[in-house]
Design a binder for this molecule. Sequence first.
Ligand SMILES: [Zn+2]
Length: 153
Amino acid sequence: MRRSQRGGPCGAEHVPIEVEGNSLKDRELIALATEARERAYTPYSQYKVGAALLSASGAVYTGCNVENAAYGLTICAEQVAVVKAVCAGERDLMMIAVVSGNGGTPCGACRQILNEFGPNVRVLVGDASGDYQAYALPDLLPDSFGPMQLRSG
Ligand SMILES: [Zn+2]
């Protein structure tokens, strides 16, 4: 695994990590999500979440939750990671690790957002101790609505 700067409109914090082949293991993605969690901005809930998203290209995009004094504007860690990936030109998501203190699963909105670019994405849900559970997105979002419905309607 090597880090590389990939130019793009997403700003200086955009540092995808190139992965050689499929060598990135679950534990490595969990570790990256745990690292991203440390940067969470959560002055209101103190519920810190980190995410690390592996795209089909092999690059990894991280995210953390960013709260706002206007609570409804809070952004989830998974959404930050997806937006960074899409902004860099990615359209095919393979796997995401999401780490919180108690192993909370992605919220409904994040499940829907992941479905747009990775209907079969593997979802690793970890806690502060490093333990994690693996899911397939269809298990977390059954009978989903996605791009296919708009193509066949
Ligand atoms: Zn969410």
